[in-house]
Each structure stands twice: as structure tokens, then as C-alpha cells.
Ligand binder design. Structure first.
Ligand SMILES: *[C@@H]1O[C@H](CO)[C@@H](O)[C@H](O)[C@H]1NC(C)=O
Ligand SMILES: *[C@@H]1O[C@H](CO)[C@@H](O)[C@H](O)[C@H]1NC(C)=O
Length: 416
């Protein structure tokens, strides 16, 4: 039994980037976490960073139902570049691994109805040591527009974090000036926090569509938990910055790789949905097991993530390894929100933990009641009123994700 009171403050952020993009968190596929900087196409042709890899993943995104579920972006990460610029000072891909060039790759991806993302770095070099954009900002913005890029992830290695308050807006301005709409993903606050500078989130939300706040994700439950803790511990600072067009980015989904169990994969998916996080899968779509694919394709969970209000949810309870996370979502009935509620079990006892909580304690006080759905196993838990309780069994390192849908009319019922 839990006792606590929940306060929700819903703040409408008004001044933010108005390029019309990323009204809901971006969804797609990003190479880094699964394929890293594997440039060895001689001995590992199926896993190296090459145009073939991105074309294959684009094919899979469409043929295996991901694109239909909303995952529309295919994005390069580090290590696509040649070590030097071309004779005119423009960026160029490694010609052995991208023999057709980046424009041709973008065309291929667009022809499938998908969007194309690119990676660069604000500094002198990318993190892996390829040419960065510093000193070439205008040329590179133009090059991206000429290549029909839709999404730019701009990293921050080999740069001074103190100069990012000027540099990231300058590049954002230059992207805008090209006239091509490109989602702008920034690593700006992450590098500032890493060097103990205080990010100016108000400005960041005006310049970037999404931004990284915390360490790169690794392929482990430990890494996922660190990220979950960071977003819970710093939620009062982070939540007000998020909303349609501008999102905190806790990094890629690692579901379907090597490091997460089935339960832990549901946990990552649920918390990323609650956080209104970008859903950027980084997994080999050729070999992912069906049960992990089902987690990524769960349309009810995706709907929580993509809710049009764009509220980033918050951790409302944390004790003895049990956490409750809540996100206000549509429909809103007479000013009362519906909610997605994640019950997360961080405990590792060899048995599920029972969590029982009254709706009122969760702040669910809509008098007409809520229709309650369990989203992963797709169970209808009936109608609950503020005086009722919910009871769930949460598996070790797993999650139960419920949606409380505010009702328009009270439902007459017996028993309960
Ligand atoms: C980037 O290169 C310039 C020119 O060589 C140099 O002045 C600057 O210190 C470098 N920046 C970093 C972060 O190393
Ligand atoms: C450029 O910025 C203006 C003003 O913020 C905005 O209205 C416009 O849509 C932007 N254009 C592009 C291509 O992003």
C-alpha cells in the first residue's frame, strides 16, 4: 500500500522553435548504439557503416511495419565521412563505403516514404575524428540542404562548451536560411553539463527541436537505469523545456540488442513513452527477435509517447525499488487529464512485487471515472472511480503500463 500525494503542474511553454517540425517526438532508426564506428567493410560487410547498411535498414523499416507505426527516420551517425573535405572544402562521405554519395542515399530513403538524417559535430572533429563543421558552418548547412537532409544530429566533441551558446544557434540560423526544413538535434546542454556549465534551456528550446542532456546510452540495464534516474532526479528542471517542437532526448532505444531482458525492454519502452522521448531505435532489424519487435511496435505505448499535448511525464513515487511515473495525456474532459501511469519495479527479488494504490492518491480525481487499460498485454481493466484502487503485479526489473482514460459520462455498474 502506498500513500503519497501527487501535484502536477502543467506549464505551457510558449517561446520555442517554430520551424513547424517535431510536433511529436521524432521516431526512427539511428545507427550508433548498435553499429558504432565499424568501418571494416572488407571483413564485416554486413555490419559496417556503409550505404548498404542504411538502405537495408530503410527496406526493413518499411517491410516489417516500423514505418507504418511511425518510425519514419533513417539516420547516419558518426563515421560516414571521408577523413578530409573535397577540393572545394565541402564534406564528402567515405567513397568506398558510400560509393553512390549521400544525395543518392537520401533519394533512396525518400523514395520509400522515409526521412533522412545526418550526423555532424560542432567542433573541429567529430567524436571519432572525422572533419567537424567549425570554420565551415555556412558551407555545411548548404550541403545538407542540397543533399535533401531532413534531420541533423549535431554532436559536440572537439569544441569549447562555453562557445556552444553562440555556435549552436548560429548553425541553426544557417540551417533555417537554406529554406529546407530540417529537424535540429543538439548535444549542446550535454557538453555544458559535463563541464559544469549551466545550460540555458530557454534558449536551447528556441533553437533545437531536441537535445541530449545526459551520457550516451550503452547496451545494458545499468545504463538505462542511470538515464531513468537522471530524468527523475532532474525532472523539475527538465520538464518545462519539453513540448511540441522541442524535446529532451534521453538517447536511443536499445531494445532488441544484447543487453536488455524482455522485461527490461518493456521498461525502457514505457519510461521513454512517459518521458515523451524521441523513439530512435538502434538495433539490427534483420535479426531482431519477434517479441522485441512487438514491444517496439506496440501502438498503445507509441500513442502515449506521441500524445499531441506533448507533456513530459514525471516520477511521482520512488521507494524500496518501486517507482510510479505519470504522464498527462488526451483526452482531457472538463479540464481533467487522462494519464499514462507506469509502475516500474527496480527490485530483483525472484518474484513480482504487488503495488496497490488508490486513484485519489495518484491525483486521479475525475468524478466521472476512468476507463483503465493495460497497454503491453492489452487488457481492459474496466472502469475505476477516484475512490477505487488499482493493484498490479510488477515483474523484477519490469513495468506495468496503464492508461487511465477520463470518461465523458459516468458508467453505471455493479459490484467492484
Ligand atoms: C579548433 O581549431 C582552431 C584552429 O586550429 C583552434 O584555434 C581551436 O582551439 C580548436 N578548438 C578546440 C576545441 O580544440
Ligand atoms: C525559419 O524560421 C522562421 C522563423 O522562426 C520560421 O517561420 C520558418 O518556418 C523557418 N524555416 C525553415 C525552413 O526552417
Amino acid at each position: 500500500m502506498l500513500t503519497f500525494v501527487v501535484f502536477f503542474i502543467i506549464i505551457a511553454t510558449s517561446h520555442s522553435l517554430d520551424n513547424g517540425l517535431a510536433r511529436t517526438p521524432p521516431m526512427g532508426w539511428l545507427a550508433w548504439q548498435r553499429f558504432r564506428c565499424n568501418t571494416d567493410c572488407i571483413s564485416d560487410p554486413d555490419h559496417c557503416i556503409s550505404e548498404k547498411l542504411f538502405m537495408t535498414m530503410a527496406d526493413r523499416l518499411v517491410s516489417d511495419g516500423y514505418a507504418a507505426a511511425g518510425y519514419k527516420l533513417i539516420s547516419l551517425d558518426d563515421c560516414w565521412l571521408a577523413k578530409t573535405r573535397d577540393k572545394k572544402g565541402r564534406l564528402q562521405p567515405d567513397h568506398d563505403r558510400f560509393p553512390s554519395g549521400i544525395k543518392a542515399l537520401a533519394d533512396y530513403i525518400h523514395a520509400k516514404g522515409l526521412r533522412f538524417g545526418i550526423y555532424e559535430d560542432y567542433g573541429n572533429y567529430t567524436c571519432a575524428g572525422y572533419p567537424g563543421i567549425l570554420g565551415h558552418l555556412e558551407t555545411d548547412a548548404k550541403t545538407f540542404a542540397e543533399w535533401d537532409v531532413d534531420y541533423v544530429k549535431l554532436d559536440g566533441c572537439y569544441a569549447y562548451p562555453s562557445q556552444m551558446d553562440a555556435g549552436y544557434p548560429e548553425f541553426g540560423y544557417l540551417l533555417n536560411k537554406t529554406g529546407r526544413q530540417m529537424i535540429y538535434s543538439c548535444s549542446w546542454p550535454y557538453y555544458q553539463l559535463a563541464t559544469s556549465l549551466q545550460p540555458d534551456y530557454k534558449t536551447i528550446a528556441k533553437v533545437c527541436n531536441l537535445w541530449r542532456n545526459f551520457d550516451d546510452i550503452d547496451d545494458s540495464w545499468e545504463s538505462v537505469q542511470k538515464i531513468i534516474d537522471y530524468y527523475g532526479d532532474n525532472q523539475d528542471e527538465l520538464i518545462p523545456n519539453a513540448g511540441p517542437g522541442h524535446w529532451n532526448d534521453p538517447d536511443m532505444l536499445i531494445i532488441g540488442n544484447f543487453g536488455l531482458s524482455y522485461e527490461q525492454s518493456r521498461s525502457q519502452m514505457a519510461i521513454w513513452a512517459i518521458l515523451a522521448a524521441p523513439l530512435l531505435m538502434s538495433v539490427d532489424l534483420r535479426t531482431i527477435r519477434p517479441e522485441y519487435r512487438d514491444i517496439l511496435l506496440n501502438k498503445y505505448v507509441i500513442q502515449v509517447n506521441q500524445d499531441p499535448l506533448g507533456n513530459q511525464g514525471r516520477r511521482v513515487y520512488k521507494e524500496s525499488g518501486i517507482e510510479i511515473w505519470m504522464k498527462p495525456v488526451t483526452p482531457v474532459i472538463n479540464g481533467k487529464y487522462s494519464y499514462a501511469v507506469a509502475f516500474l519495479n527496480r527490485r530483483t527479488d525472484g518474484t513480482p512485487s504487488e503495488v496497490s494504490v488508490g486513484l485519489k492518491e495518484l491525483g486521479l480525481n475525475h468524478e466521472k471515472g476512468y476507463k483503465v487499460l493495460e497497454l503491453f498485454d492489452k487488457k481492459d481493466l474496466g472502469v475505476k472511480d477516484p475512490v477505487d484502487r488499482v493493484k498490479v503485479d510488477v515483474n523484477p526489473t519490469g513495468v506495468v503500463l496503464l492508461k487511465f482514460i477520463a470518461l465523458k459520462h459516468s458508467v453505471k455498474r455493479f459490484g467492484n
